[in-house]
Design a protein around this ligand. Structure first.
Ligand SMILES: Nc1nc2c(c(=O)[nH]1)N[C@H]1C(S)=C(S)[C@@H](COP(=O)(O)O)O[C@H]1N2
Ligand SMILES: [Mo]
Length: 321
């Protein structure tokens, strides 16, 4: 459908103007200030949006896991927080202010499908069952731009252990919230909402696959997909589903939202490979957002040591785009 192929991220964004005005001041004050110093800010936030203080704030900052090193500086928080893909809140990059409408508490996560026993658990209980750690990851969008982020969270593997999947589970299917009253993008019926993504069990239990609850040393700003989003940095950005409400262990390979919409361009595996162009543009290099710099893109986004083994013997699969 032509309407779809003209929309959104399929057109690489070249002119990047950080829209700092859109960025919500209190969300990046949250982690650094003491509870006392923060009090007046929270009070004014409540007047504006009715948002109670984040009940997980005491878990931040978490200890950095030094296994994961970057080849570039972490992207400035103001820039990262004002340049987002979150189609539930619009197909432009400047969705940060509309995303503030998302209510991240109460937030219940469902775990179901091929598991010993289905679970429903509040995000705060879930977080406190896991040990949070910080990881600096690169992020490579399919649109040929990149950033580097300090996420806080826990490995997907820990959620898998908690869920106790049956031996018949082959894939982990993830689903974003659905609430068109809050997320006006979801009123656009040509997208197959809710946003769905999936990982194979080998991917989900790999060291790198990470569920982030925070970024930049405090609870994650809503535009990044609070209160729980995936980070799979060896894959193109669209695999990193935001604001997750449901994890299902399934036998059939899940079809992600972008794959449903445009299977010719977005496949299931979607691993980063500079040698395989997107049907409409090269993936050989990337623009580092906020710097104006272009860098060659690395295979598996530089994470081959962690993940290349997963794909051994899978040459007949469409691994790259
Ligand atoms: N639910 C949902 N998750 C999503 C998206 C989206 O539109 N909706 N966009 C994806 C894409 S294309 C990218 S590049 C990243 C952007 O994450 P960021 O805004 O934290 O940089 O989120 C991914 N996860
Ligand atoms: Mo992306």
């Amino acid at each position: 459908m032509n309407i779809i192929s003209r929309r959104g991220w399929e057109i690489p964004e070249r002119d990047v103007t950080p829209e700092s005005l859109f960025f919500n001041r209190r969300s990046f004050l949250a982690g650094s200030a003491s509870a006392l110093a923060l009090a007046p800010v929270v009070a004014s936030a409540q007047r504006v949006t009715d948002t109670p203080p984040d009940p997980s704030a005491d878990l931040y900052p978490a200890k950095r896991n030094e296994t994961f090193v970057l080849d570039r500086p972490i992207t400035d928080e103001k820039i990262n927080g004002a340049y987002n893909n979150f189609y539930e809140f619009g197909s432009q990059k400047t969705i940060a202010s509309s995303a503030q409408a998302l209510k991240v508490r109460p937030w219940t996560v469902k775990i179901d499908g091929l598991v010993e026993k289905p679970i429903e658990i509040g995000i705060d209980e879930l977080m406190r069952k896991m040990t949070l750690e910080e990881r600096a990851y690169r992020h490579r969008c399919v649109e040929a731009w990149s950033m580097a982020i300090a996420w806080t969270g826990f490995p997907v593997r820990k959620l898998v252990d908690f869920a106790k999947p049956l031996g018949s589970a082959k894939y982990l299917r993830m689903e974003t919230f659905m609430d068109p009253k809050v997320a006006f993008g979801q009123k656009q019926a040509w997208y197959p909402w809710p946003y769905i993504e999936g990982l194979s069990m080998a991917e989900a239990t790999n060291d790198l696959a990470f569920l982030a609850t925070g970024a930049y040393g405090h609870p994650m700003a809503k535009q990044h997909g609070a209160p729980l989003r995936l980070a799979v940095p060896w894959k193109y950005g669209f695999k990193s589903i935001k604001s997750i409400v449901r994890f299902s262990f399934v036998e059939q390979r899940p079809k992600g939202m972008w794959e449903s919409l445009q299977a010719s361009e977005y496949g299931f595996w979607a691993n980063v490979n500079p040698e395989v162009p997107h049907p409409r543009w090269s993936q050989a290099s990337e623009e580092i957002i906020g710097t104006g710099e272009r860098k060659p893109t690395l295979k598996f986004n530089g994470y081959g040591d962690f993940v290349a083994d997963i794909y051994k013997g899978m040459d007949s699969e469409r691994l790259w785009a």
